[in-house]
Ligand binder design. Structure first.
Ligand code: FB9
Length: 495
């Protein structure tokens, strides 16, 4: 670092003012090391004057570099078409990225396709020659000459992930009031050797900085989700709820769907919504008398319900999945409750991971943490459900709620919960709720005059709002920047 500081001083002395990005490029040095040298010069007093600036420049992605070197995907498709033509299938098989290249080459009018040929659609050259402007533009970006590329083309290349915009912070460095070409690094420690030899007499020592903060000791850091989870857990505990055991991510379809009176033909039970386990493929331990009661209520009804009048298969119930909701655990707990000699009212909650075979986007992953509360007591009504939801959200500082009729296979009536978001100036869905159906509760053996109200929401949505995170993939998953975990503040949900 010391010799880089000397390089900076020498260049400032020569040029009057230097740019750290240009200096790093000219001496082929890492820009951050140059910045470090400038910062250490700044700490020695008013030796240099530093002004920060930020720039954005276009950079080729790996795909962009490939196109610069080997031509655009559309040009490669064109070049793969011989004079006698070639089947589309062969192009798709032999040319890399042919799918993109083919449509672009068709759009550019370079090739045509004859679908009437035997053996499948055949591709022919439509133009004698082509001008691969995409590759030319990539070569301009490679030569840092992006200015001559039209803006609309840049946004197209960005969409095609051929280029990416890189933000960079640089510094203009010029002479400070105490500029000097020779800086002796101020000593930070007075050593026994210095005292013994008397060399301390000719050394300069760094001033004490009594305002300096202590060095934060290395410590662990809680992920934002865990901070928000702790807040929601505290709310449930204050309201007298008991946390349920939910450590089984793998669940049988019986507990996840059948015990909740969710029909075996329900689309949510298909592989496109649910992750099925290949090993262990099936579960084997069920309370068989209860299972047959569930089979009966599904296929022939009972307790005043007509059931689904559909053939109910135990093979479906035995399949193992990654649970799609923690309501499976609520069902297990309510069944246990029903086995007690005498019914006692309970309040259960859980906050744990659930898994759904969703398309991943900026607000959805294939898993999320479900927050769920339930109350089992004599004669509970929809009013009790609305009241406890109000009480729950009031502890989060949310009082402007609306309830909208909804549908769940296992609750009737059901309601979506909305809260008015002052920032967004609109009503935002903040949860779902309902009263578990008798077809779910009575086969368990719960008394007829006992009802169970329940509600749920996700942990990720409030966490993203709290920490102002737009893309869930920056909150959870392989792309998470750990600095975000270190830096995020404590979480208090009452504001
Ligand atoms: O969390 C959700 N939204 C939400 C929650 C809190 C919040 O900020 C806090 C108040 C400060 C902001 C938003 N939702 C439920 C609503 C939507 O985000 C929705 O699009 C996504 N939902 C998830 C499921 O989506 C596949 C959220 C998740 C969800 C939905 C339903 C339940 C649990 C989680 C449930 C239930 C239930 C119903 C009846 C009986 C038992 C459980």
């Amino acid at each position: 670092m010391a010799d880089l500081s000397q390089v900076v001083l020498t260049e400032v002395d020569k040029q009057g003012e230097i740019d750290t990005v240009q200096l790093a490029n000219s001496i082929k040095e890492d820009h951050q090391k140059i910045v470090g040298a400038v910062k250490s010069l700044q700490s020695l007093g008013d030796i240099v004057k530093v002004e920060q600036y930020s720039t954005k420049h276009w950079q080729l992605t790996d795909e962009g570099k490939d196109v610069a070197a080997n031509g655009s995907y559309e040009a490669r498709v064109y070049n793969a078409v011989p004079s006698e033509g070639i089947t589309q299938a062969e192009i798709m098989k032999n040319v890399p990225n042919a799918k993109i290249g083919f449509s672009k080459a068709m759009q550019a009018g370079w090739i045509s396709m004859d679908k009437s040929c035997e053996g499948g659609p055949k591709v022919f050259r439509k133009s004698e020659s082509i001008k691969d402007t995409v590759q030319e533009c990539m070569l301009k970006f490679a030569a840092n000459d992006s200015k001559s590329v039209p803006e609309n083309q840049k946004s197209d290349f960005k969409k095609r992930k051929l280029i990416t915009e890189v933000k960079e912070v640089g510094y203009k460095v010029s002479k400070g009031a105490n500029f000097t070409l020779t800086v002796s690094k101020a000593e930070v420690d007075l050593t026994p050797e210095m005292i013994q030899s008397g060399s301390w007499k000719t050394k300069t020592f760094k001033e004490y900085n009594f305002d300096a903060l202590g060095v934060p000791p290395p410590a662990g850091h809680l992920h934002p989700l865990l901070k928000v989870r702790a807040q929601y857990r505290q709310i449930f505990l204050e309201m007298g709820f008991t946390e349920m055991p939910t450590q089984n991510f793998v669940e049988s379809c019986f507990w996840n769907f059948d015990s909740l009176f969710q029909p075996q033909q329900h689309p949510a039970r298909d592989a496109h919504d649910t992750f099925f386990m290949s090993e262990p493929r099936t579960a084997h331990e069920f309370p068989m008398d209860y299972l047959y009661h569930v089979k009966e209520i599904h296929s022939n009804g009972g307790h005043g319900s007509q059931g689904y009048k559909m053939d109910w298969k135990i093979e479906e119930a035995k399949k193992n999945i990654l649970r799609t909701h923690t309501t499976a655990n609520t069902a297990r707990m309510l069944y246990q409750l029903a086995q007690q000699k005498e019914f006692k009212p309970v309040k259960y909650f859980s906050i744990d991971r659930v898994f759904r075979n969703e398309n991943v986007d900026d607000t959805h992953l294939a898993e999320f943490h479900q927050i769920e509360g339930s109350v089992a007591d004599f004669g509970l009504t929809l009013g009790d459900l609305m009241g406890i939801i109000r009480e729950f959200f009031k502890k989060l500082g949310i009082t402007k709620l609306r309830f909208k009729p909804a549908y769940n296979p296992y609750t009737e009536p059901s309601m979506e919960v909305f809260s008015y978001h002052e920032g967004l100036k609109k009503w935002v869905e903040i949860g779902n709720s309902g009263i578990f159906r008798p077809e779910m509760l009575l086969p368990m053996g719960l008394p007829e005059n006992v009802s169970v109200i329940a509600w749920g929401l996700s942990l990720e949505r409030p966490t993203m709002i709290k920490y102002k995170i737009d893309d869930i993939r920056t909150l959870i998953g392989p792309k998470v920047n750990l600095q975000m975990v270190y830096d995020n503040p404590i979480c208090l949900l009452d504001n």
